[in-house]
Design a binder for this molecule. Structure first.
Ligand SMILES: [Zn+2]
Length: 299
């Protein structure tokens, strides 16, 4: 897709907050070795890996799903003015909400917001600063939060895990609940005709993917089931950020196996533009072909 993918009568647009060289591959993947990095550099660099920075390029973005009767934002990026531990997330001014509006999606028109999971880079734009107070960025939307996800991050274990990033629950989730706009939903949840949440546990305990079906076409918005194309090449690889790496692997393998046999678009949140693509079986893993491109990235 350029920026919009048509799934039958539904459209899915990507609205990017940023793309930059952010992750050290040895930090994020315990299975990475210098030899494996070297072997994959021919396809990784420069598009997916910045040699000078020695970091993987990731996109941060939200997707807007437009149906006949709903305008749904899936994931809300890092957000502006938030106090965070990672310098590249701290007190930023990306202007993502203005970019949404410029793309034709007025925040006031959004009917639903879905957070695939409660990580710092998926909830930040849920709220904005208004006279020193955090208020919902989408004043007329229902925010669908997976209940298991909320329960985990509100627990002692979740609070401990959140120390890595800064307390985003306080500034990006709780104000939505206080405003009465949140709905805690099951992992399997029908949102509107053809659009549903499906459980995708592992990366986080209550994480979900968003399933979009219209007129025989289908797409899955994957959140962080996959972070980079290395997990297409090596689907066994979970990240150090996965709360349960074993369950994360199982979820990823299940989805890839399922998708490789079907005509379905996958939209991993952090894949650089155009983000959407399809998987096919290749060697011990899979190959990936981006929307609008003629050949797979490797293979
Ligand atoms: Zn993420």
């Amino acid at each position: 897709m350029a920026d919009t993918l048509a799934i039958g009568r539904v459209s899915i647009s990507r609205v990017e907050e940023s793309t930059f060289a952010v992750l050290d591959p040895f930090e994020v993947y315990p299975d990475m070795t210098p030899a494996l990095l070297e072997a994959n550099l021919p396809w990784l660099a420069p598009r997916f890996f910045d040699r000078a920075a020695a970091r993987l390029n990731l996109a941060f973005q939200g997707f807007v799903v437009r149906t006949a009767d709903a305008l749904i934002v899936v994931d809300t990026c890092v957000g502006d003015c938030k106090s965070r531990r990672r310098a590249s997330f701290d007190q930023q001014a990306w202007g993502w909400l203005a970019r949404l509006e410029a793309a034709g999606f007025r925040p006031a028109d959004v009917t639903h917001v879905v957070c695939t999971h409660f990580h710092v880079d998926h909830v930040g734009g849920n709220t904005r600063l208004d006279n020193g107070q955090w208020v919902p960025s989408f004043p007329n939307a229902r925010y669908l939060f997976p209940r298991a996800e909320f329960d985990y991050w509100a627990s002692k274990a979740g609070a401990t895990a959140m120390q890595r990033t800064g307390d985003y629950l306080a500034d990006s989730v709780l104000p939505v609940i206080t405003a009465g706009q949140a709905e805690l939903v099951a992992g399997d949840h029908a949102l509107t005709a053809g659009i549903g949440l499906r459980p995708a546990p592992g990366h986080t305990p209550g994480g979900v993917v968003v399933d979009v079906q219209s007129e025989g076409a289908r797409a899955l918005l994957l959140g962080d089931v996959l972070h980079t194309l290395l997990q297409i090449r090596y689907p066994d690889w979970s990240t150090r950020f996965c709360v349960d790496p074993v369950a994360s692997r199982r979820t990823r393998l299940d989805i890839l196996r399922w998708a490789a046999d079907r005509d379905v678009w996958l939209l991993p949140n952090h894949f650089p533009a155009p983000s959407a693509g399809r998987v096919q079986r290749w060697r011990s893993g899979y190959s990936w072909q981006f929307a609008g491109e003629v050949s797979p990235v490797f293979a």
